[in-house]
Design a protein around this ligand. Structure first.
Ligand code: NAP
Length: 301
């Protein structure tokens, strides 16, 4: 293992940011500095934290100058996929311009950037995407995430990009992710309509956070696919969740994507080849049953 690094984590109040902080703290020797837009979700947990808007170039530069991180892990993003269609300027500022600010600031002390990307850079026609598959984003969110990838790839700095999809898990004061939203709805006996024609590989946030720890420990660079190990439709995921949490499956009705009228087009068939992460990082991501059982324990249900 390399000597301990100083790591700046953006988006630290988000789903992945919180888990990243927790895992690095418990599973590594690295020094963490956390930042996000608003107040600290980590109050009383003893982390170094400061608020920062990463779209502000000067703030990013000053933070890098002050803390001189060896690595910036950028989990911050404008993650509302449909919102990106209507709030194009702001989503581009967060998802693309901010990454460019970090690329420029990284030259102050040659810090490496570890960035999180998405299956939404693909059109979801062929599936089985490897790290070298050709992107073709359908949505503005996907376009912005691809533009950030391209900025990193052409920057000449040391970088890693972790592509993932359908993250679920728990944390403090989070917007509900798909699994948690389902748990909230089904536990209150509300019926839900779920698309049965969007397929993907749901990812428990713990596996993704763990992949980041390994990437840093093993000093890996380049592009990595990291997601759950099971491929299924959103509807099948919901039914499995109901089974595991003991909810009434009859509350879940299948529908088609065309009936949803979502603002952003989704890739229908997003599957990743995980060979690189499995071999390079020795990663063994959980399947959906394992991931949901872990979530159940974490929620104390
Ligand atoms: N969630 C998924 O299913 C999924 C799938 C594929 C890829 N990803 C990628 O994975 C990464 C982590 O996703 P996540 O689900 O953990 O996201 P998240 O929970 O939405 O967290 C993102 C964090 O970034 C913060 N942020 C937004 N604008 C900012 C700004 N201008 N300056 C500083 N911080 C800002 C957000 O603050 P506010 O909440 O206050 O806005 C939020 O705390 C993202 O890069 C995302 O694109 C996510």
């Amino acid at each position: 293992m390399n000597k301990p690094k100083k790591i700046l984590v953006t988006g630290a109040n988000g789903l992945l940011g919180q888990k990243t902080a927790e895992l690095f703290r418990h599973e590594s020797q690295h020094e963490l500095i956390l930042t996000d837009l608003h107040d600290n979700a980590f109050e009383s947990r003893g982390f170094d934290y400061f608020p920062m808007d990463i779209t502000k170039k000067e703030e990013v530069k000053e933070a890098v100058k002050k803390y001189l991180p060896d690595i910036v892990i950028n989990t911050a993003a404008f993650t509302n996929v449909d919102g990106c269609e209507t709030e194009r300027e702001q989503s581009w500022r967060v998802n693309v311009d901010a990454v460019k600010h970090f690329i420029i600031a990284s030259r102050i002390n040659s810090s490496k950037i570890v960035h999180i990307s998405t299956d939404y850079i693909f059109d979801g026609k062929a599936g089985n995407y490897s790290e070298s598959s050709k992107p073709n984003p359908l949505s503005y969110y996907g376009k912005s995430k691809l533009a950030a990838e391209n900025a990193l790839v052409t920057s000449g700095i040391d970088f890693a990009i972790v592509r993932t999809m359908i993250i679920y898990g728990t944390g403090k004061n989070l917007r509900p992710n798909f699994a948690v939203w389902l748990i909230n709805m089904l536990s209150e006996k509300n019926s839900v309509t779920i698309v049965d024609d969007q397929f993907g590989m749901p990812t428990i946030v713990d596996d993704l956070g763990w992949a980041l720890v390994k990437m840093v420990d093993l000093n890996k660079s380049g592009i990595y696919n990291v997601c759950g190990s099971e491929y299924l439709s959103r509807y099948e995921f919901a039914v499995k969740l109901a089974e595991i949490f003991g909810f009434n499956e009859n509350l879940i009705k299948p529908i088609k994507t065309t009936d949803l009228n979502q603002a952003a087009a989704r890739p229908m068939n997003s599957s990743f080849i995980l060979l690189k992460a499995k071999t390079d990082l020795d990663l063994n991501p959980l399947n959906v049953t394992e991931g949901l059982n872990l979530l159940k324990v974490q929620l104390g249900l």
